[in-house]
Design a protein around this ligand. Structure first.
Ligand SMILES: C[S@@+](CC[C@H](N)C(=O)[O-])C[C@H]1O[C@@H](n2cnc3c(N)ncnc32)[C@H](O)[C@@H]1O
Length: 324
């Protein structure tokens, strides 16, 4: 056993022929324009050259050939991408585990039924408060009742459903009530963590950014609720800031790729660096380029500099091609 543990610990990215996890930012278009959105998504924010269905299906075929175990779709609102259903249906049919991140605003009965047929690993619905006031401060124009309805419809159909809550100054005191509500709704998991200082969140930090002691208070609350609900729901608090995570990843890159809607592959969402392009490179090439890119001097310099100058993260959503 010890020997096996040691061997597992000693595995490096170069020992893998492909990633273990594939994060797919399907479209930057969204029906909402959330004030904290790390990608600055919105109704008019789709990028030029987003992948069309035939291109997206080509990517899927590679994921299937390489037997990538787990693919998570986000955005923007992934349900808005014209190829959302064919892509998810193909992956699900081939036994790849699929997770979807959604705001739930577009999940009616028919959509819930179709999502249930995908036999998803999970669907995550974002709910940032228990009052319409706090919820729509984060997500202007969105209806809390509709997001809750989406959760109810999915749970009723047996879909493994999670709630993600992003804390802000105006919804901080609703966290405990939201966890209780999540248990009532019979969701599988409740996730939260430090709000990321990227994208639109940078501009709205005065409304969003919690003091360190508030973050600690939230973390303690989650610990308490996790103990209270241990038999009913998984409760997790992700305690790392963007810069903590970035600097950890510099030493321990994840065995994952992040495909952006325009076909570019980024190292991580908090850096602008692009290591590949599905229109130019196949998955094997992209994987090799990804491994190489983490040791690139520009990447190391950027990650280290964000520790002293977090304002650099304002450029995270640019696309900077690395010479590899
Ligand atoms: C980018 S959204 C995309 C999927 C979908 N449109 C939604 O709203 O859930 C995915 C998740 O990221 C969260 N998110 C967005 N900006 C964030 C930030 N600055 N810090 C932490 N989480 C953020 C959202 O609240 C949501 O739970």
């Amino acid at each position: 056993m010890e020997e096996m543990d040691r061997e597992l610990r000693d595995i490096t990215l170069s020992d893998l022929r492909s990633p273990l996890f594939f994060a797919w930012h399907m479209t930057n278009k969204c029906n909402l324009r959330c004030i904290h959105c790390l990608w600055e998504s919105g109704p008019d924010a789709s990028w030029p050259g987003e992948l069309v269905e035939a291109e997206a299906l080509l990517v899927c075929r590679q994921l299937i050939d390489f037997q990538i175990p787990y693919v998570a779709f986000s955005g923007g609102e992934p349900l808005l991408h014209p190829a959302f259903w064919p892509v998810c249906e193909l992956l699900a049919e081939k036994g790849i585990e699929v997770k979807i991140e959604s705001n739930g605003q577009l999940v009616d009965d028919d959509t819930a039924k179709r999502l249930a047929s995908l036999n998803l690993r999970s669907i995550q619905i974002s709910i940032d408060g228990t009052t319409q006031d706090a919820y729509s401060k984060m997500r202007p124009g969105a209806q809390l009742a509709q997001a809750l309805e989406a959760v109810t419809k999915l749970v009723k159909r047996g879909v493994s459903t999670e709630i993600v809550y992003v804390p802000a100054k105006f919804n901080f005191y609703e966290a405990e009530k939201l966890i209780d509500l999540a248990v009532e709704l019979k969701v599988k998991a409740f996730y939260t963590g430090k709000t990321m200082f990227i994208g639109r969140a940078v501009k709205n930090w005065d409304l969003l950014g919690l003091e360190e002691e508030e973050n600690e208070k939230l973390s303690r609350l989650l610990e308490k609720k996790a103990a209270e609900y241990q038999d009913k729901m998984t409760i997790l608090y992700y305690p790392y800031s963007v810069t903590d995570e970035l600097n950890y990843r510099l030493k321990h890159p994840a065995a994952s790729l992040l495909l952006m809607a325009n076909g570019k592959v980024k190292l991580i969402g908090s850096m602008p660096f692009v290591c590949g392009d599905v229109r130019k490179h196949n998955l094997t090439e992209i994987w090799q380029r990804y491994i190489k890119a983490w040791a690139h001097p520009e990447v190391i310099e950027y990650a280290n500099s964000t520790l002293e100058t977090p304002a650099l993260l304002a450029g995270a959503n640019d696309f900077v091609e690395l010479h590899l």
